[in-house]
Write a protein that binds this ligand. Sequence first.
Ligand SMILES: *Cc1c(COP(=O)(O)O)cnc(C)c1O
Length: 463
Amino acid sequence: MCDYSKMAEAYKIKMVESISLIPKEERERRIVEAGYNQFALRAEDIFIDLLTDSGTGAMSDKQWSALMLGDESYAGSRSFYRLEEAVKGVVGYRYFVPTHQGRGAENVLFPLLIKEGQYVINNMHFDTTKAHVELKGGRAVNMVIQEAYDTQLEHPFKGNVDIEEMERFILEKGRENIAFIMITITCNSAGGQPVSMDNIREVRRVADRYNLKVVFDSARFAENAYFIKRREDEFKDREISSIIREMFSYGDALTMSAKKDAIVNMGGMIAIREDEKLYTQVRAMVVPMEGFPTYGGLSGRDMDAMAVGLVESTDEAYLSTRIGQIEYLADKLIEAGIPIQRPVGGHAVFVDARRFLPHVPFNQFPAQALCVELYREAGVRGVEIGSFLLGRDPDSGQQLESPLELLRLTIPRRVYTNSHMDVVAAALINIYKRRQEIGGYEIVSEPEVLRHFTARLKPVKDR
Ligand SMILES: *Cc1c(COP(=O)(O)O)cnc(C)c1O
């Protein structure tokens, strides 16, 4: 049987932005000028930009028209109340405050929940989340299941929390030394891998046993719900919106970057299920950090676009198009024998650069080498998630070895067509054919913190 509705995108294009591929010699010049660091490239020199899915999505006609309804009143704007209604409908929590983006939410909420020296348990901390835990005196620990670290092992929910490990950790450190448990949906750092409802329920059970709070890091909540529907039998006939509400019902609060699933270019929030005391504290703290609680660093029009985007993100036809596009690219690469994180996750394809370039050692950054090569080949920008990102041991200064060396090809929402995915696949396949010729890189200069954004590199000569 042929399901025509699933053969094409669930939208058509109303506005376009020109892109072009600059000549090969020019790409070569640009990447040398950039110190072989894709963060230093200019967007205009890029053909297909797969750096991130954050804030890069295409808003719908309904979102653009909602912008025009923005009410820019300082306090109590109509836009705020429209967003509040959308949040209550989609998330199901009683309280919420907008923030300018996800890290703004972390900055406001975490000091209220973390005491000096306490641990925050997470399946896998996103980098700004880890930074905010540590800035507030906390200690960030990752407890994703071991399967997440083997790219070739098929598992439907590689973002799951290792429940036994978590309980053992709580008993060992003592309940009073745990600030809260965080569940990142989908698990960004493990490759956009989903967390099952079963696992979320187990986390809640353990949290209740030790009287701990559960907080969702919920940037890709809708994609997670879509995977639950597809991969967890109990949910195959449930509406996406109902799966989302059940997921969140097991949490006490959430932080959200609305730049991902909520498809806005800027925005975020904190939502709280029912703890009025915590909400009162959040409302007080958000004022000096983000803004008055009815705007939290956002314009009225931003809140209106977010209200519409939140609801659109739960549309199953859209989610099927979205995840379908990631799978389309992944299938082409798998067919060509290119090693990627499997099964493919929600927002990106992760190429296993250690298997792609086995002759390049970790301290010559194989995924960064592949990233540079992909730009040279076809003007495509991906991003390294490996030892170059991980950095050095703060005590010894030695380069650390990342458990995975990945090139992330992050797909913006509703932006590129499958023809663009064909370009990316063809380029990688051509690189794969000549992979023996590709060498590693060494660092020429680097700042002390978050070096991957500004460090300069050069090719290692003697191979
Ligand atoms: C993007 C992201 C954040 C931070 O959100 P920003 O909007 O970029 O500040 C936090 N957690 C996860 C899982 C994310 O993907």
